[in-house]
Design a protein around this ligand. Structure first.
Ligand code: SP5
Ligand code: ZN
Length: 335
């Protein structure tokens, strides 16, 4: 089992719900997720995340987003509002005349957030920043010579863009890991994203770059799935591929796409796997029907690349099966 990098601070973000189509529903991206994964990987060596400075974080994200996330809860006028979390109500839309960051705290959220599902509370910043340390510590292991390391990150990251957050993500842990890995190894690195949802943040962050290749296997947004606006098959560049799957797709379709993703990056210097396990059949957040066996096979496929590998945790929401699914991937990766 590869080393598992961990921080207790990742547990401090308690979403306290999600606002979905105007209704506050119970949160899905809960701290118990990380505990379930840790329990399933009890035989892995647990490594405490080391603190890293903001250098790579600020190479990936705009300082305005980082500053906002750091201060949003502190500045939330909790006494004047009944919401016990930061939640946007008005969004800056595309337009051709000037617009600016609003003054009212309850409006500022709509400059940086792109959905109403991704609330900010008392521990959100600390947990999101800790997840970056977890990811960067896993990169350190690999650049120090370990063949692979696993960053047990939460909140997840692959939906976070340069200056916007959403999709239960605040800071893009996998993208930050990729940038750090590229700086250490030199040459081109790749992000293989097998979370059930398109890695829109990662795609956008590296869209105009050829030194980080990005490929995502996910449920097709053209069939109505998050992130809705991005993730279609024709978003193709020399350094980006999307492999969308129809709702209901099972192991055969999913593994064929994972193989295609791996083959497309086989000549890079190192790889980051954005490991969501929400493509599993039991997961409530996606209509893909992938089995435990296929997650093990996905691990084997990545292993067969023979590249320095950093695995970064993304989604996966069925608390009963999520830990064992992550474990299956790691078993395959170690074979
Ligand atoms: C990292 C990751 O897997 N993010 C997933 C974001 C997808 N969220 C879309 C939510 C769509 C509606 N779900 C209903 C849940 C009601 N509580
Ligand atoms: Zn997902």
């Amino acid at each position: 089992m590869i080393p598992l990098v961990w921080s207790d601070r990742c547990l401090l973000h308690v979403p306290g719900g999600e606002v979905f189509v105007g209704m506050r529903t119970s949160g899905t991206e809960v701290p118990e997720r990380a505990l379930a994964i840790r329990e399933a990987l009890a035989d892995a060596s647990l490594v405490e995340a080391r603190e890293h400075d903001d250098e790579v974080l600020l190479a990936v994200h705009d300082a305005s987003l980082v500053d906002y996330l750091r201060t949003a809860w502190r500045d939330w006028p909790a006494g004047e509002l009944e919401q016990d979390r930061v939640v946007p109500y008005s969004f800056a839309h595309r337009g051709n005349s000037p617009r600016r960051i609003p003054v009212a705290q309850w409006a500022r959220a709509g400059w940086f957030a792109y959905d109403t599902m991704t609330l900010i509370g008392p521990g959100t910043w600390e947990a999101a920043r800790a997840a970056v340390d977890v990811a960067l510590t896993a990169v350190d292991f690999v650049t120090d010579g370990a063949p692979a390391a696993y960053a047990c990150t939460r909140p997840p990251g692959h939906h976070a863009c340069r200056d916007a957050f959403g999709g239960s993500c605040y800071l893009n842990n996998a993208a930050i890991a990729a940038e750090a890995l590229r700086r250490s190894l030199g040459g081109t690195v790749a992000v293989i994203d097998i979370d059930a949802h398109h890695g829109n943040g990662t795609q956008e962050l590296f869209w105009e770059r050829d030194d980080v290749r990005t490929v995502s296997v996910h449920v097709d947004p053209a069939a109505g799935w998050f992130p809705h606006f991005v993730g279609f098959a024709d978003e193709t560049t020399d350094a980006n591929r999307n492999l969308p799957l129809a709702p209901g797709s099972g192991d055969d379709e999913w593994l064929a796409a994972v193989r295609e993703a791996a083959a497309w990056v086989e000549d890079v210097a190192g790889v980051v796997v954005a490991l969501g396990v929400d493509a599993a059949a039991a997961d409530p957040e996606s209509p893909l029907r992938v089995t435990h066996e296929a997650f093990r096979e996905a691990g084997r496929i990545v292993c067969s690349l023979g590249l320095p590998t950093v695995v970064v945790q993304e989604g996966g929401y069925d608390l009963g099966t999520l830990g064992p699914l992550v474990r299956e991937f790691h078993i395959g990766l170690g074979e």
